[in-house]
Design a protein around this ligand. Sequence first.
Ligand SMILES: CC(C)(COP(=O)(O)OP(=O)(O)OC[C@H]1O[C@@H](n2cnc3c(N)ncnc32)[C@H](O)[C@@H]1OP(=O)(O)O)[C@@H](O)C(=O)NCCC(=O)NCCSC(=O)C[C@@](O)(CC(=O)O)C(=O)O
Ligand SMILES: [Mg+2]
Length: 290
Amino acid sequence: MKNLRRTMLFMPGNNPSMIQNADILGADSIILDLEDAVSLTEKDSARILVREAIKNLNFENVELIVRINPIDTIFAEKDIISIGKVKPDTILVPKATEEDIAKVSNMLDEIEDEMKFNKGEIKLIALIESAYGVENVYNIIKASERVNGVLLGGEDLAADMGIKRTKEGNEVFYARNKVATACKALRVSSIDTPFTDTNDCIGLKEDTRKAKSLGMTGKAAINPRQVDDIHEVYSPSEGEINHAKRVMEAKEKADSEGLGVFSLDGKMVDAPIINRAKATLELADILGLL
Ligand SMILES: CC(C)(COP(=O)(O)OP(=O)(O)OC[C@H]1O[C@@H](n2cnc3c(N)ncnc32)[C@H](O)[C@@H]1OP(=O)(O)O)[C@@H](O)C(=O)NCCC(=O)NCCSC(=O)C[C@@](O)(CC(=O)O)C(=O)O
Ligand SMILES: [Mg+2]
């Protein structure tokens, strides 16, 4: 569902059969990749394919994101100019620093001017996948008003740290915490790193729950089979919806009795719990679960 960003499904920018189905795979966002999923010899043809796909295919039901090549490569400027002119919803900036975000944003200012697009219409997501990026994520988000999300890249981060990536994910605990907190502080989305074993749906759900429990608001996917499992974790369960309804009913009663704090099933309920219940019911409503 566009605008929710529970899932961002990566697909290689040089794979037309994957791209042509992108709109119907159920992900909230799709990422057409010009970076690591495309070999050096295919960079130019992938850029052309992605540009033509954006011009000619229907991507109404998903947020359309393009991951460009890193700013310090010979491909980045061509990517920004060629892709910026066909107006994707969002550009994903890999290995992002403050300077990279400012540079892409300035180039988009010029493109939007030239093409008579609305100013600031093309958004940016910063891909945080280095020790520097994690430590500076707050300032990287602040580097441009276009930034409305962060994607955490666990594989590159582990490589930069010189540590092993594991299914348990203890090695990304600090990064998830730091990214989720910076994103909440600046009210932008925080998308967790993909889970790379596409056959392990139990491991995927466990990994998604862990990231969600730290405040990450969505997760990247690399295979359409992962989309429903991630959505399940990011959807309120029947039990959570029923509890939220009971909190709101009890609140009405407490309001009529002039009480700001009350007890439900022996547990204290006050403003933060009421706000959480409201948010649960709002999301359940958007997802058609009420
Ligand atoms: C993983 C695998 C090879 C498995 O292949 P398999 O062949 O086993 O797939 P099957 O399940 O058998 O496919 C069944 C049917 O679904 C279709 N289908 C599969 N995947 C699809 C898809 N993604 N989109 C649309 N359609 C798809 C397929 O075409 C087939 O269609 P059909 O033939 O019609 O039946 C394949 O999924 C794949 O290529 N994924 C994308 C990989 C990618 O983009 N990676 C780069 C981005 S991550 C990254 O960079 C992160 C990071 O930045 C972060 C960090 O730092 O941590 C980093 O640096 O790492
Ligand atoms: Mg990466």
